[in-house]
Design a protein around this ligand. Sequence first.
Ligand code: MOS
Length: 740
Amino acid sequence: MSLSAPTCIGASVSRIDGPAKVTGAAKYAAEYVAPDLAHGYVVTSRIAKGRIRRIDVSRARRVAGVIDVLTHDNRPQMAAQDDAYRDDVAPEGAPFRPLYNNRILFSGQPIALVLAEDPEAARFAATLLGVDYDEEPHVTDFLGQRDAAVAAPKGAFGPPPARGSVEAALEAAPVRHDADYYVPAETHNPMELYATTAIWDADGRLTVYDKTQGVQNAHTYLCGVFGLKPEDLRVMSPYMGGGFGSGLRPQYQVVLAVLAAKALRRPARVVLTRAQMFELGYRPAMIQRISLGADADGTLRAIAHDAVTMTSRYEDFYRQETGWSGLLYACANASYAHRLARLDLPTPCDMRAPSAASGVYALECAMDELAVALNMDPIALRLKNYSERDQHSGDPYSSKNLRACYEQGAEAFGWAGRAPEPRAMRDGEELIGWGMATGVWEALQMSIGVRIVLSANGHAEVSCATSDIGTGTYTIMAQVAADMLGLPLQDISIRLGDSTLPRSPVEGGSWIAASVANGIAATADAIRADVLRLAQGLPHAPLAGAGPDDVELAEGCVVSRADPSRRTPIADALRHARLERIEREHLTEFAAPKLAHNTHSAVFAEVRIDEDLGLIRVTRVLSAVAAGRILNAKTARSQIMGGVVWGVGMALHEETLIDPAFGRIMNANIADYHVPVNADIHNIEVIFVDEPDAEINRLGVKGLGEIGIVGVAAAIANAVYHATGTRVRDLPITLDKLRR
Ligand code: MOS
């Protein structure tokens, strides 16, 4: 234990990368320049399925400034085996290969790259390509394929085993609720466009500035696709303007930029348009049926969750969409089914809280409907079925303070003042509704490498190949290092987003904060032992005889825990040994946890609905979160607020619309793809309940990247029902659905 309480961990520290971002010093993938930079513009397929018969590039080539047009006919060599294209987070299947052959797998697929001296020439020339196709019939109509869907393969994300006897329990249950819920496909719209700049260095090695959530994942992938030696390639992504899961897998622009650099032997840049970003992946649409059976007192007797999600023809993407249902509440009987509709679309990908955002939406709406059927308060129903154990494994939790989320959330929201009947609360023309829902996500941690270089001048550089996708990773890394090394925050510098740095998984799954924080702590232990050894080399060493666990690093010194007056300045210890710096690199691995581990939330929403027009305003959202130790109160709050805003979008606005006739996204722009704007967002309040966790990891950190969105759409949908008495089960809840 620490003699001086850590001062940085937990504090409301502003982002240390903030000044670089607001001054423009932080460079993004499309902002790196090099002499002779070639600019690429992507041409995409207008058909959803078939083959390219011919691409006529003659007119495009005649445009002044055009250097070349790459297609499957003339591109440089690429690997011929699927394995070469598989990345760390690839689902089962045969990954898409950009510009590989004449086969068209989806509308919006890249089919050519026009390369020019400036982006304008490339973009203009791209309009002059003549493409002839042999078109084949396609199927993109998800709802029409519900019955044709095939069972999801039993991979890592297969539904958990059923327990008990669901059919019999549903039959016997005095109160029952069965309904279908629908979540449409949704598209990530991070501010930064996907882009890659590939630059050759003097000795023929390639540096690739890529927008990615995993520089080492992109590195391995590119080495596979292009047969590069690992040391001949460096992938950099020091800043990222949002990813939300769309950058977990290498996206096609990175392949195109490297193809261009190889073909031209020049540096090359490819920037996608907003419309092109709609073809990179999406949250799969999901039809789900939930059946709940309960006793009259609210005791859950059965949960059945049956889902159909969409995937591509070439990969089977799915997550544990149905598994959350049987996890969350105590219930002896649970069953799950998951089928996939394979469509002529690009493969879906992870989007913030993949599977939970969709699956828990349905469960939490169904719980609200059950509470209505039982004439029971929705929180009381959840408390009645509160589970102290993971319902799949039966294991107790390392920590679970969801109860405090319900209690503190309800108190702060004023839930006790809710009139239970629908349409019972109004303010003039507006109906007022209050709804709530539970959120749940995972608390994962992954092996991670950290290097610390501690200088005699009292500065430390901490590095790891993780990304910071905008979540605040730079800042929490510096905070943890400051406390563990006993240095002020401003004396810590962070390097990340570089494939040459110590090993990191992709930044996703909400696992980086816990992983890297504990990785820094473990690496700092090694530094502390080094400093102690050096300090003990001083004449009349005050710390003679002390072991590494008897001391800590604080106030720029190595200090005895038992007697803080016994101390040696770090600078003295290093200088005496004639060392300018000491350096340690350590790979921290996490044992498989013996205990169940999740984060939880209770979300409360207030809506005000114009009774005549059906216009919905979400005037208040309160999210009470239990996620272990909070590393930074400010960035943590921002994470949850961002998730809540997205939850408002999921509830009311977002829907990727696919025209079945053309197999093409109809609203591939952010004018027609609606997301919440400032005017849609009102009061958002975030509470972090106390959740000490001595088991999950040394620092008790669980991660916050995704829990913020889970449950929000359900809380809003439940509030809309409470306001109006109308239950809309298919998202988004638009006014036409409310008024029909
Ligand atoms: Mo997150 S969907 O794992 O980037």
